[in-house]
Design a binder for this molecule. Structure first.
Ligand SMILES: [Zn+2]
Length: 125
């Protein structure tokens, strides 16, 4: 076995509202962002040569993100501090639960703005 690792990723966008209660900055009051979410998975290529079908990965991410799209993130996450960190961790959890056998989640990255993001790196088993 070689030392190469194959990772496959996709990106999707949601619009959602949030506020951060314990915070004095711009995100303290209720407002919205267009969040961009990237997910990267890892696995071995199947007989087709695919780690995962892009269509399938996009469907899985869309399914997970539908829980947050056009919602108030504080309600969905059950917190007064709906940070991008909290969102990224929750997306990673939901995505991990849905991945088929043989696929491992490696990374979830959530852009709250074009220039700022949070990422969750899954540690290898
Ligand atoms: Zn904000």
């Amino acid at each position: 076995m070689g030392a190469q690792t194959l990772r496959v990723g996709t990106r999707a966008c949601i619009s959602a509202a949030h506020y951060i209660k314990n915070y004095a900055g711009k995100c303290a009051g209720l407002h919205g962002h267009n969040y961009v979410v990237e997910a990267i998975v890892e696995g071995r290529p199947d007989e087709r040569g695919m780690v995962v079908d892009f269509v399938e990965l996009k469907r899985l991410l869309a399914e997970v993100l539908s829980a947050y799209d056009h919602k108030v993130l504080n309600d969905v996450l059950g917190t007064q501090n709906a940070t991008a960190e909290a969102l990224a961790l929750d997306i990673a959890r939901r995505l991990r639960e849905r991945l088929p056998e043989g696929l491992r989640l490696r990374l979830v990255r959530v852009y709250e703005t074009q220039d700022t993001w949070v990422e969750v790196q899954e540690s290898p088993e």
